[in-house]
Design a protein around this ligand. Structure first.
Ligand code: HEC
Ligand code: HEC
Length: 441
């Protein structure tokens, strides 16, 4: 065989192999058929339905927020058929409520940009509600009259990118709204008797408790145990956590109450006061959860059930939300790389915060002593522990501090805490590097 012929054969052989693997690759790209198709269709359906529910579904909770607390009347104000001065857009924004610019006509967005919208008129707030532009809040209208109001998951777990004005922009689902003053908003309701009856205290006391929370916080356990303040006198509320980057994470909430879908059912029934079904016999423990046990909160049924059929899609959407990547300019890349090594090495962070989920694959819980914090909040939960926080996207929720109650104002304070607790002997530069790494994940 001449060299030329041999080269020719070799070329032919390669062509056959190439064509073969190309065909294989193409076979992969064929549209799915049969049950594969059913899976892909289901993915799309669950995602889209779940997003709709997360953003807009009240689960019938307007019968509580509007029907019982009459919150809509305080928002509308006396001039618009409600009570009191009403809530102007400026007041709403200062309470941390966000406006979804995508829901507004272009002309309105332009007017907001140019400062031509009257931010001091509660009637403008009503127009925003009518356009479904107030993130996480649904106004229910009869003609132009606001007759009730409901809330959604997005109320606490979405914010906006401020692309139009502070508090006005595109939605950022899953990002913790650390500006939102839930307590002050609820406290503005004309009638707090459902809470005062449940907790056995006056409406004034309920208002004092709600106003003690401050921005970015909420107390999900108050209606279970009636504990409004910590032994040291500070409010018992915890930070609103991010609801992104949760796929692959076992237990959820600061104290690991359960899976994402357990908590979704818990919150929509018990906290938002939607109408569904909820089962958690751990709430029958009258010593730990006196109020929940006395009121049967672990055995909720409603007919019709407006929640249960929505749990699969809601769960799916939650798990679809990735932790947001930090802007490249927001941290020192070299320092972050050194910090990454420390995180897994000398600083021993990765023994609990296992990359890339940044929590333990498996039972992700620790006693208060193991992380060097008091047990107040842990003792308000079934397992009496703290859940290892999944850290991805940490940069997006620096407002309000860190750990369940925001006790550490900065990431540097967190690192100092661990340095002392575990006697890590980190140098000044190592602490810095670790902080830069935390800002980069
Ligand atoms: C009033 C504010 C508020 C609303 C409304 C709200 N949440 Fe939350 N969410 C919180 C707070 C606060 C926590 C932490 C509770 C705790 O640890 O005790 C939390 C925790 C969570 C977690 C756990 C996150 C983690 O770190 O693992 C998920 C998931 C979640 N919420 C989803 C939802 C969904 C879905 C809805 C709507 C059905 C919803 N939330 C409605 C405030 C809210
Ligand atoms: C023994 C397990 C464990 C180790 C080791 C550990 N952590 Fe944590 N981490 C936790 C737990 C549990 C929490 C939740 C504490 C709370 O909410 O009060 C937490 C919370 C955090 C938070 C707050 C997250 C938030 O959303 O507020 C940061 C930041 C953090 N850890 C960083 C680190 C760093 C950096 C290291 C290494 C120096 C480290 N952790 C080592 C278990 C651990």
């Amino acid at each position: 065989m001449t060299t030329r012929t041999r080269a020719g054969y070799t070329l032919l052989l390669f062509s056959i192999i190439f064509a073969g693997s190309y065909t294989l690759l193409r076979a992969d790209k064929k549209p799915e058929a049969g049950f594969d198709r059913a899976i892909v269709d289901n993915t799309r359906r669950l995602f889209e339905r779940g997003r709709q529910i997360f953003r807009y579904d009240t689960f019938g909770d307007e019968s509580f927020w509007g029907g019982m607390l009459h919150l809509h009347q305080a928002i509308a104000g006396a001039a618009n058929g409600g009570v009191g001065p009403g809530v102007s857009p400026r007041a709403a924004l200062s309470l941390g409520l966000k406006v979804d610019a995508q829901a507004l006509p272009d002309a309105v967005v332009r007017a907001i940009r140019q400062g031509d919208v009257n931010l001091d008129d509660p009637a403008v707030t009503l127009r925003l509600l009518k356009a479904r532009a107030v993130v996480g809040v649904t106004g229910i209208f009869e003609k132009d009259q606001l007759v009730s109001i409901g809330i959604q998951c997005a109320f606490c777990h979405s914010t906006v990118d401020d692309s139009v004005a502070p508090g006005v922009g595109s939605r950022l689902d899953g990002w913790a709204n650390r500006d939102l003053n839930v307590g002050a908003i609820v406290a503005s309701a004309p009638d707090l008797s459902p809470f005062s009856t449940l907790l056995g205290v006056s409406q004034d006391t309920v208002r004092t408790v709600l106003n003690s929370w401050g921005p970015g916080k909420f107390d999900a356990e108050l209606i279970l145990d009636g504990k409004a303040f910590r032994p040291d006198g500070r409010p018992a509320a915890t930070l609103i956590p991010p609801a992104f980057g949760l796929a692959g994470v076992n237990l959820h909430t600061w104290t690991g109450w359960g899976s994402v879908t357990h908590w979704n059912a818990f919150v929509s029934n018990l906290e938002m006061h939607g109408k569904g079904t909820f089962f958690d016999p751990r709430l029958d423990d009258a010593a730990k959860f006196p109020i929940a046990a006395a009121n049967g909160f672990g055995h909720v049924t409603n007919s019709p059930d407006l929640i249960t059929a929505k749990l699969p899609a809601l769960h799916y959407y939650q798990l679809s939300i990735p932790a947001p990547r930090p802007p490249g300019s927001s941290f020192d890349h070299d320092a972050a790389e050194r910090g990454d090594e420390l995180f897994e090495g000398k600083a021993r962070c990765a023994t609990c915060h296992v990359e890339p989920i940044f929590t333990e694959p498996g039972w992700n819980m620790h006693t208060p002593a193991e992380v060097g914090v008091d047990d107040f909040q842990a003792m308000r939960s079934p397992d009496e522990r703290y859940r290892t926080s999944p850290l991805a996207g940490l940069w997006s929720h620096q407002k309000g501090g860190f750990f369940h109650d925001g006790r550490f104002a900065t990431l540097r304070d967190v690192v100092d805490h661990y340095d002392a607790l575990f006697s890590l002997g980190l140098t000044e530069q190592e602490k810095n590097d670790l902080v830069e790494y935390l800002k980069s994940i």
